[in-house]
Write a protein that binds this ligand. Sequence first.
Ligand code: BES
Ligand code: MN
Ligand code: ZN
Length: 548
Amino acid sequence: MSPSRSTSDQPARPATTAGVAAVDAAAAVNDAAGPRPRRPGTRAPVRPRALVDARTAAPIGAAVLVGALEPPPERADPTAGPVRPTADPVTAAAARDAGVDLELRLERARADGHVGEVVTVELDGDRPQRLLLVGVGTGSPADLRRAGAAVGRRLGPARSVDVAAVRAARSAGVRAFVEGLLLGAYRPQRITARPDRSGSGPVTVDVRVRNERAAEAVRRAGATGAAVTLARDLARTPSDLKSPDWLARQAVSRARAAGLDARVWGPRELAAHGFGGLLAVGAGSARPPRLVRLEHRRTTRSGPHVVLVGKGITFDSGGLSLKPADAMTTMKTDMSGAAAVLAVMTALDALEVPYRVTALLALAENMPGGAAMRPGDVITHVDGRTTEVLNTDAEGRLVLADCLAYADRAVRPDVMVDVATLTGAATLALGRRQGALFATTDRLATALGRAGAESGEPVWRMPLEDDYRPALDSDVADVRHIGTDPTLGAGAITAALYLREFVGDRPWAHLDIAGPARAETDRDDTPRGATGFGTRVLLRWLEDGARF
Ligand code: BES
Ligand code: MN
Ligand code: ZN
């Protein structure tokens, strides 16, 4: 942040309002009311709202003014006691106007200006009602993302925010701050008979940013925030409601609202096209599988045709290879890959991605019903290749294999990426804050790695180790879907090697998000529960040219 003290930074000048981003996070989970009457106003789709241009902005009358805590200058004599950070000039002036002694407040709060530190000052006046001062650290996008998230978490019920804290930041920093703010402000909705007045209802945040150059960054942050919110809401929806059919309908309505073409296949079409993996995985459930195909056809510039594939297991019991009870409690989120892919698709238009993107969502419920697939079964995929099934809990790769083979054969894209909560082994390897990335080309791996780092969803490349491939050799089929040598381990790698069998010669990447798709605790821009991971890294990769 620039420590500029120019008098043109005085508050309440409408011309400095750069943009408004808003997220209506009327959660899909509201639909969980099922047969109960639905409350009006709770079914609005998640969408970014108006963007106000710097020149036309209405006067700033936000409830909360967010200022920066700027680090104190280095002091020659460190024994003279701590030096407090200072507020940015806009916020300092607002405090003066309200008769607040900010220096005293910062002293009392023992503020040191570390990244994400928030000092709150309640004001007596009408607007703003509150000042939030936030430590912005070095002003790097990563620091600003954390700072924005800290503000989002501290907003409380306030939903109208005027941000002075990023007035001097570059657009990458503004985007990171506003994304952090919108995602930090995310509140899951409780499913309850009584209307929720606790501040955890639908979230709409109006963010005005005082930064002349930032309108576009704010708009993009709004679109990204809305997409991630959608992915989170869908993944949080309980599986009693979230059947493959329900999720397919959600996908189609969200997609059409975003201007995409959408089509759904049920069991009949799946059988006709040879989707043996998706049908086998769905066979044990009373609620049959679906394949959703979405198309973004904006092709104003030449660019690659991209296929995105999402694992959409609406509940993973393990099937006949039943999971232990404790391992099953979180398995409503086993469709997080499909949710992320859908979320990405809904934002492509707003983010002006200029080339063709096709999405395939493989939706099925993995249950141990009487018609369920059995260990030892051999299933036939789209391309005629066969898989020996040894553990029905390794179901994700079976549905992905169909989609990858179908994409390779029938869609014929330039590059394919799949996203899946595929293996517990990926979580063991990388923990909960990194996705596991596999790629057949270095360029694709590098591009996705950078997109992850810049968008706040880090991914780490893992090897497609040819040496491990013999573990998938089968006596009875073309391939088996899991390695059965207990001394080999490498569960995430063998899963990726299995998928690679179905991609033909096309450049392909696989994101195993079993770890980061969920979080156990609230942290920065990520809430406890479903996180929407995968949405931001893919959107950034697509925005930056989908290099492979
Ligand atoms: N959906 C699970 C993977 C998973 C586990 C995601 C924990 C999130 C948290 C997947 O379908 C699965 O069950 N994988 C098995 C594969 C094994 C049977 C080869 C696993 O990882 O244990
Ligand atoms: Mn499973
Ligand atoms: Zn699964």
